[in-house]
Design a protein around this ligand. Structure first.
Ligand code: ADP
Ligand code: MG
Length: 570
C-alpha cells in the first residue's frame, strides 16, 4: 500500500485539519471529527434549520466538502468506512440546534441509521427539535435491498443540496424534510468499479478484480457488488448502468431528470467525461429530458477506480433548489446540457501558396513521389524502434507522431503539386504542422517550409546545389524556432552535418552519390549524439542519464535520409 498519509490511524484527523486549514469559513468542533460552518451558532439563532450529514470517512469530498452556505451546516466524520459514534452525532446536534431545529441526512447503512437515530432520540428527549431522513438510492440490489432497503450512495449529495437550499430559503424543519424526502423518492444511483480500494488501517485492497473484470453495483465501502462482468467499452458499461436505473426507477420518456456522473475516487477526469458523454446520449435516446448535469468527484470510496451514475426526478421546484447558490467547495454547480454536441463552423485557414517556384520534369516529380513513399514507409516500419528510443530519453511519442505524419503524407500524396517542388514542400509543411504534434511537429514544419522557400528561389530546383541550400535554410529555420544549435543533442545534430555534406558535393557528382553522402553524414551525426549532454527538449530533464543513448529525433533524421538515398539510388 502506498498512500500519502502519516499514521494509518490518524488519517481522518489529519485530513480534516487540512480541510479546515485551507478554508477560513470552516471550523472543527472541539474533541470530535465534526466540520462545521464557522458561523453555525449565528445561523442556528437566525431561525434557519441546520442540516447535518456525515458517516464513515473515506468518501471525500463527502461530507465535509458540502459544508457551506446553502448546503450542510456540519458534517460528522467517523473512522474510515465506519459510522461516527452516537456521541459524536449528538455533540453536533446539540452544538448546532437553534429554535428552527436540525435535520439529519443519513445514508442507509445500519450503522449510520442506528448511531444517528439514537443521537436524534436523545436530543429529542432533551427538547431539541430534530428530525432524520434516511436516503437509499442504490438500485443495484434486487428486491429494493430486501428488509434493510436500498443503500445510500452518491445520489445523497443531491439531497444535501435540496435540503440545504430549502433551509437557506427559510423553510421550517418539517417543510425542509418534506422537500428532501420528496426528492429522495425519485433518486436512483448505481456504481461500477474497475478496481478495489485500500482502507489505510487494513493496508490491503478490499477485494480483488482480475485485469479484465469489473464489478457492477458495488457499495461505496469496497463491499463487493451484485455481479462481475468483463471489461467492455465505456459506452457499453454505461448502458448497463443506465438500463438498470431506468428499469428500477421506472423512468419514462419525457421525464425531467438531473444527472450526476460521479468519480469513485480513482478515475481520470478524461474517463469521467467519456462516461458523461454516453450517459447524456443514453438519457436523450431514451427520451428523458436532462435538465441539469454535474460531472466530477462527489462521493468516493477512497481511491477506487470507477464511477456511479445518479438520476434524480426533478420539477421546477427541485431544479430551483439544485441551482440555488452555495459556497460549499465540493458542489461544482449543475450545468444545463446541450441536446447534441454543438460545433460552430469557423472559416479554416486557407492554404495560400505564398511562393511557387519553378516546375521540373515529370521524371523528377516521379522521383519526389518515390522519395516521399520511401520516407513514409521508413517511419511506419520504425515506429516501434523510435518509440523505444524516445521512451528512454523522452516521453515515447516520437514513433507514433512520425508514423501518423507518414500516413498523412501517404493520404495526401496524390494531391501534392509534385511538379512544383517548392509548392509541394509548402503543402507538406502544412500537413506536418497539423498532424505531427509534439516538439517534432512545428520543428519539421518550419524545416520543410524554409526549405521550400529556398527552393522556390532556384531556377533549377532539381540541382544538388538547390537542395543543399534548401536543407541549409531548413536547418536555419529550425535553429531560429527551437533555439537549439549543433551539439545540443537534437535532430539538428543529424541535419546540420547532412546539409553540410550535401553542399560540399562538387558539381558533376551524380545526385544519388551526393544524397548517399548526405545520409551517411546524418547517420554519423545521429550516432554522435550518444555522447552529447542534452540541453533542449524533454531529454534535458535527464541530464547525464541520457548519455549512451542515441537522440530519437536525430535517429529519425538518419532514417529518413537513408530512405531518400535508397529511393534515389535505385
Ligand atoms: P516531445 O515529445 O518532447 O514534445 P518529440 O518526441 O516529437 O517531442 O520529438 C523529440 C525530438 O525532438 C528530440 O529527440 C530532439 O531530437 C528533437 N528536439 C527537441 N527539442 C529540439 C529543438 N529545440 N530543436 C531541434 N530539435 C529538437
Ligand atoms: Mg517525445
Amino acid at each position: 500500500m502506498k498512500k500519502l498519509i502519516n499514521d494509518p490511524l490518524g488519517v481522518v484527523d489529519d485530513m480534516l485539519e487540512g480541510a479546515v486549514l485551507a478554508d477560513q469559513r470552516l471550523v472543527l468542533l472541539e474533541g470530535e471529527n465534526i466540520v462545521a460552518r464557522r458561523d453555525f451558532q449565528a445561523l442556528g439563532q437566525s431561525g434557519k434549520v441546520s442540516i447535518i450529514s456525515g458517516g464513515g470517512a473515506g468518501h471525500e469530498p463527502a461530507h465535509g466538502g458540502y459544508v457551506g452556505g446553502g448546503m450542510l451546516t456540519a458534517a460528522v466524520a467517523g473512522p474510515v468506512f465506519t459510522s461516527p459514534s452516537v456521541d459524536a452525532v449528538l455533540k453536533a446536534i446539540m452544538a448546532l440546534a437553534g429554535p428552527a431545529g436540525v435535520l439529519l441526512i443519513v445514508k442507509n447503512y445500519t450503522g449510520d441509521r442506528l448511531n444517528f437515530g439514537l443521537a436524534a432520540e436523545i436530543a429529542r428527549a432533551a427538547g431539541v427539535e430534530v428530525d432524520m431522513l434516511v436516503v437509499g438510492d442504490d438500485v443495484a440490489l434486487d428486491n429494493q435491498g430486501g428488509q434493510v432497503g436500498r443503500r445510500g450512495i452518491a445520489g445523497t449529495v443531491f439531497i444535501h443540496k435540496v435540503a440545504g437550499a430549502a433551509a437557506e430559503a427559510g423553510l421550517t424543519l418539517s417543510q425542509v424534510k418534506a422537500e428532501a424526502e420528496r426528492a429522495a423518492a425519485g433518486l436512483f444511483s448505481m456504481g461500477l468499479a474497475l478496481g478495489a480500494c485500500t482502507v489505510p488501517a487494513a493496508g490491503k485492497p478490499g477485494f480483488n478484480l482480475g485485469d479484465d473484470e469489473v464489478e457492477y453495483g458495488l457499495g461505496i465501502h469496497g463491499e463487493s457488488g451484485v455481479r462481475r462482468g468483463r471489461i467492455q467499452s465505456a459506452d457499453e458499461m454505461v448502458d448497463v448502468l443506465l438500463a438498470r436505473l431506468v428499469e428500477q426507477g421506472e423512468l419514462k420518456a419525457g421525464e425531467r431528470i438531473a444527472l450526476m456522473v460521479n468519480n469513485l475516487g480513482g478515475t481520470a477526469v478524461q474517463e469521467l467525461d467519456i462516461v458523461a458523454r454516453q450517459a447524456l446520449s443514453g438519457c436523450a435516446a431514451l427520451g428523458m429530458q436532462v435538465e441539469a448535469v454535474m460531472v466530477g468527484t462527489f462521493l468516493t470510496a477512497l481511491e477506487m477506480a470507477g464511477c456511479s451514475l445518479s438520476i434524480l426526478r426533478v420539477d421546477d421546484a427541485l431544479l430551483t433548489r439544485l441551482k440555488a447558490p452555495t459556497d460549499a467547495t465540493a458542489w461544482r454547480g449543475m450545468t444545463t446540457p446541450s441536446a447534441v454536441v454543438s460545433r460552430v463552423p469557423v472559416v479554416s485557414v486557407t492554404e495560400q501558396h505564398a511562393f511557387t517556384g519553378a516546375s521540373w520534369s515529370s521524371d523528377q516529380a516521379d522521383a519526389m513521389r518515390k522519395v516521399l513513399q520511401a520516407v513514409s514507409q521508413a517511419f511506419q516500419h520504425s515506429e516501434q524502434v523510435l518509440t523505444e528510443l524516445d521512451s528512454v530519453v523522452g516521453d515515447g511519442d516520437i514513433g507514433i507522431s512520425l508514423a501518423r505524419g507518414a500516413r498523412a503524407i501517404d493520404a495526401a500524396l496524390e494531391s501534392l503539386a509534385l511538379d512544383r517542388p517548392a509548392v509541394a514542400l509548402q503543402q507538406l509543411s502544412a500537413i506536418l504542422r497539423r498532424v505531427l504534434g509534439g516538439t517534432s511537429g512545428p520543428l519539421y514544419a518550419v524545416f520543410v517550409l524554409r526549405a521550400g522557400v529556398a527552393l522556390s528561389e532556384h531556377a533549377e530546383p532539381g540541382s544538388v546545389g538547390a537542395w543543399a541550400e534548401a536543407l541549409q535554410a531548413g536547418c536555419d529555420g529550425m535553429v531560429r524556432l527551437g533555439g537549439a544549435s549543433a551539439g545540443d543533442r537534437t535532430m539538428l545534430d543529424a541535419l546540420i552535418p547532412a546539409a553540410a555534406a550535401l553542399s560540399s558535393q562538387a558539381k558533376g557528382v551524380a545526385t544519388a552519390d551526393a544524397v548517399l553522402q548526405m545520409a551517411i553524414a546524418a547517420e554519423i551525426g545521429a550516432e554522435a549524439t550518444r555522447t552529447m549532454l542534452p540541453s533542449k527538449g524533454r531529454s534535458s530533464y535527464l541530464g547525464e542519464r541520457a548519455l549512451g543513448h542515441v537522440d530519437p529525433g536525430a535517429y529519425a533524421v538518419a532514417l529518413w535520409m537513408r530512405a531518400v538515398a535508397s529511393a534515389l539510388g535505385d
